[in-house]
Design a protein around this ligand. Structure first.
Ligand code: B1M
Length: 211
């Protein structure tokens, strides 16, 4: 069995220490950090999601797998995020109100920092007004919202409205992402940019900040 397959299987079983050890082993074997993420950790997490949806496993098992995923990405973090010394601009980032999923958000943070963007991480369960106030306080030109639930994705529309109400809509770009989101949804709420994954989020963030 390849190390990448082993990583996915250990993650599925929630074996945090084993995931960390296997990620390190894969690096020692010369595999690229991005490949370890996309071909080892993420497929494991996808299978966890599938089992969860099929009621084969429940929240506690998903949480344990999520912790193993976070531990694995921590090993990759310094390698994925080799930030430049000059700032490419500032962004505020968070998972929207009512939503506690933060693994994808944390990956987005890592990738943005890897492009030299300063990221103010607001965490999870972030209210629309908090995104806007943080952008004002930090003079950030980019607001990044993550949502993983169909029930919380509409909150991103409230972030757009809150930016309008605060009179800063023409000064900030609003970027959105998360598994249930689509380009159509992004357009429908008047946000500026949707990307399906963290790597393309970082590329578009640089473009938006330099526009
Ligand atoms: Co939750 N959960 N969960 N969960 N969970 C999902 C999302 C779900 C699809 C599972 C399923 O049914 N198959 C389902 C949502 C269904 C729906 O809305 N249609 C679901 C549910 C129902 C729930 C609860 C309601 C369960 C319950 O309590 N009954 C509950 C809600 C809690 C809450 O938030 N209020 C809940 C709880 C949890 C845990 C706490 C147990 C845990 C989260 C732990 C944590 O995040 N610290 C958890 C997990 C782990 C998942 C799954 C299994 C994995 C999510 C994940 O981390 N994926 C998920 C199933 C799945 O997605 N396969 C599921 C890996 C991550 C890297 O991907 O976050 O999509 P993702 O990020 C991607 C892209 O989306 C993108 O980049 C990343 C990769 O490059 N991206 C952006 C993300 N944000 C972006 C922002 C951008 C750009 C790109 O720009 C700003």
């Amino acid at each position: 069995m390849s190390t990448l397959t082993e990583i996915g299987e250990a993650l599925e079983r929630g074996k945090r220490k084993q995931v960390v050890q296997l990620v390190q082993q894969a690096l020692d074997e010369g595999l690229a950090p991005q490949q370890i993420l996309t071909e080892g950790l993420l497929p494991g997490m996808d299978r966890v999601g599938l089992k969860f949806r099929n009621n084969e496993i429940f929240v506690p098992e998903v949480l344990v797998a999520a912790r193993a995923m976070s531990a694995g990405t921590e090993v990759l973090k310094p390698l994925l995020a080799e930030a430049g010394s000059t700032s490419a601009g500032k962004a505020v980032l968070g998972t929207v109100k009512g939503d506690l999923h933060d693994i994808g958000k944390n990956l987005v943070k890592m990738m943005l920092e890897g492009k030299g963007i300063e990221v103010v991480d607001l965490g999870v369960d972030v209210a629309p007004e908090t995104f806007v106030q943080a952008a004002v306080d930090n003079d950030a030109k980019l607001i990044c919202c993550s949502a993983l639930l169909t029930t919380t994705m509409p909150v991103i529309g409230d972030v757009v409205k809150a930016a309008e109400a605060a009179g800063i809509r023409d000064k900030v770009k609003i970027m959105v992402g998360g598994a249930p989101l689509t380009q159509e949804f992004c357009d429908s709420i008047g946000a500026d940019c949707y990307t399906p994954d963290a790597a393309s989020a970082a590329i578009r963030a640089v473009e938006l900040l330099s526009a």
